[in-house]
Design a protein around this ligand. Structure first.
Ligand code: FAD
Length: 332
């Protein structure tokens, strides 16, 4: 089939407990930009159980069409039923581009789907650019984050990419936006679905997820046992949340769920304060899109200063208490 026969941009929405995850809205933001530039339309495949009500909100966030596959067989995520459901739509529609969230679900679904479609997949993209003819340039870190590689798919369609949560920006919801909702019936091919969920045990999540925080106080190896309480106090006066580098996870200062970076989370807070973080490329990959970055480091040549809006060269033990004092005074 001619490559030009493949058309339009498709986002595969992710739902958990019937709720569309934020990453899907973020992909819609990017998908809208790509669809507009290529004069094509933006579609969402919304698979799950009891999820019909989410369709209108996806339209408000940029979709032209929401294809709903609502089935009891899709209540909890399982690879085979989900791949079957999504594949049935994609096979028929022949998309030019498919975007999937690089979450644990997306990372399971996307490779299976790409293999079934006999096309390539670029995982964990940090940048997506498109030409008017619909060719997608997918950029991702390579060689341990020391190089950024741009990958193209010149001979195969669809062009598939996964993108981590927090990398793309969602659009403001526009409740006046119009779109269509198409309901698709799904018949699971049971003999092919050999895995069964016996029991779901939900992990209790801490309420201060770093991905959702507006203010992050991020600690690095430069923060030790003695100075960690200063970071906690700074976070407290700012109503912020603690995050950190991989070194601070390795030292046991913070838990892994708070790690920012290539092998941690991607964050985009309004304010990111880096305390004793050197700014290795793998760390920057997870935070450089923050709105405003403040870095405090005693090494004036630390790479973190290259991305900082405000850089303070100094010792944490002196700078942070002074900062806390000033913030307290300002708040009075
Ligand atoms: C494949 C791969 C994936 C990785 N993924 C990640 C990732 O997701 N996230 C991540 O963070 N890293 C990641 N890393 C590790 C990364 O390369 C760095 O080793 C790590 O980010 C360094 O953490 P750091 O900045 O806290 O520590 P360091 O690089 O040791 O920096 C500590 C900083 O603290 C400053 N300092 C020390 N004492 C003080 C003081 N008293 N006052 C002020 N400043 C002080 C120092 O000047 C220094 O700049 C990854 C590495 C690889 C190879």
């Amino acid at each position: 089939m001619e490559l030009s026969a493949y058309k339009n941009v498709y986002v595969i929405a992710e739902t958990r407990d019937g709720k569309v995850q934020d990453v899907s809205y973020q992909l819609l933001g990017k998908g809208r930009e790509i669809a507009d530039k290529t004069h094509s339309s933006l579609h969402v495949i919304l698979a799950g159980y009891n999820i019909k009500n989410a369709a209108q909100d996806l339209i408000a966030h940029g979709a032209d069409e929401v294809i709903v596959i609502d089935s009891r067989d899709l209540q909890e995520y399982l690879t085979e039923p989900y791949v079957q459901a999504v594949y049935s739509v994609v096979e028929e529609r022949k998309p030019n581009i498919i975007l999937v969230g690089a979450t644990s679900i997306g990372r399971d679904l996307a490779p299976r789907l790409s293999a079934r479609l006999r096309t390539g997949l670029t995982a964990d993209c940090t940048k997506l650019e498109v030409e008017e003819d619909g060719s997608l340039f997918m950029t991702r870190p390579a060689f341990g984050g020391n190089l950024m590689a741009t990958i193209i798919s010149p001979n195969h369609r669809p062009q598939m990419s996964t993108v981590r949560p927090g990398v793309m920006k969602k659009l403001e919801a526009d409740s006046q936006r119009k779109g269509t909702v198409t309901n698709v019936t799904f018949q699971l091919d049971r003999p092919k679905s050999l895995v069964e969920i016996v029991k779901v045990i939900r992990k209790v999540q801490s309420s201060d997820r770093i991905e959702d925080a507006k203010i992050l106080v991020s600690v690095g190896r430069g923060i030790c046992q003695e100075t960690y309480p200063l970071a906690v106090e700074l976070a407290k006066v700012l109503n912020g949340t603690i995050s950190g580098s991989r070194a601070s996870v390795d030292c046991g200062t913070i838990e892994q769920a708070r790690q920012v970076g290539q092998t941690g989370k991607t964050v985009r807070p309004n304010l990111y304060i880096a305390l004793g973080v050197s700014g290795a490329i793998q760390h920057l990959a997870g935070m450089e899109e923050s709105d405003f970055i403040v870095a405090i480091n005693k090494d004036r040549y630390a790479p973190i200063f290259k991305v900082a809006d405000v850089g303070i060269v100094g010792d944490i033990k002196q700078v942070v208490p002074a900062l806390i004092e000033e913030i307290k005074k300002y708040k009075q």
